[in-house]
Design a protein around this ligand. Structure first.
Ligand code: SAM
Length: 190
């Protein structure tokens, strides 16, 4: 297939947005795959701030960071992404160029702990305030579980009404695949 799959496309967008020395946010650490990816994009002179409400995600991400020798450029917060503004140092806030949310539950973990609309939308609103212009927020939306379908609906309703003078909003989705495949919502701050 020549078309980019959803996860490669998410990374392509982050590569466009984030350069060496920049600041990036992993809003849902999970097993830390995106944290490592972002940490490589920002390089030694940049910084990644990561959030997750589960201890397991913090432990998994720390392990992966140590393996990849990138721990020095990542700050992890064991708290929800709804505390993004309060947690990221003020001097870093205008410099955030990219952020990723992988919504849903921790793969291999407790499937009852999921991202929810209110806090996801609150985090997006905060990021739109504190990111650099042309910063990109990428959301990978998993909507195959009941709460995921609710979150999808609330998220789409929210992003569709964002003023186009404030942000460009994109949806990237395969529309003929079975079993509710994930899709992307990307928001570029103007
Ligand atoms: N990006 C991850 C990876 O590379 O493995 C996968 C993330 S997983 C799909 C979703 C994660 O979001 C879970 O680890 C869950 O604990 C976390 N989560 C749920 N609510 C959250 C919140 N309010 N703030 C931050 N993380 C949250």
């Amino acid at each position: 297939m020549k078309l980019d799959g959803v996860l490669p496309f998410a990374r392509l967008l982050l590569e466009k947005a984030v350069d060496q020395g920049d600041i990036a946010v992993d809003a849902t650490l999970g097993n830390g795959h995106d944290t490592v990816f972002l940490a490589k994009l920002v390089g030694e002179s940049g910084r990644v701030f990561g959030f997750d409400i589960q201890e397991e995600a913090i432990v998994n991400t720390k392990k992966r960071m140590a393996e990849q020798q990138i721990s020095d450029r990542v700050t992890l917060f064991h708290k929800g992404h709804e505390y993004i503004s309060a947690s990221i140092p003020v001097e870093c806030q205008g410099k955030i160029k990219g952020a990723i949310f992988n919504l849903g539950y921790l793969p291999g973990g407790d499937k009852s702990i999921v991202t929810v609309p209110n806090t996801t939308i609150s985090a997006i609103e905060q990021l739109l305030e504190i990111m650099a212009p042309e910063g990109i927020i990428v959301l990978v939306v998993y909507h195959g579980h009941d709460e995921g379908a609710l979150e999808r609906d609330a998220l789409l309703q929210y992003v569709k009404q964002l003023d186009q003078k404030i942000a460009h909003v994109l949806q990237y989705q395969f529309i003929n695949q079975k079993n509710n495949p994930p899709f992307i919502v990307a928001i570029e701050k103007r």
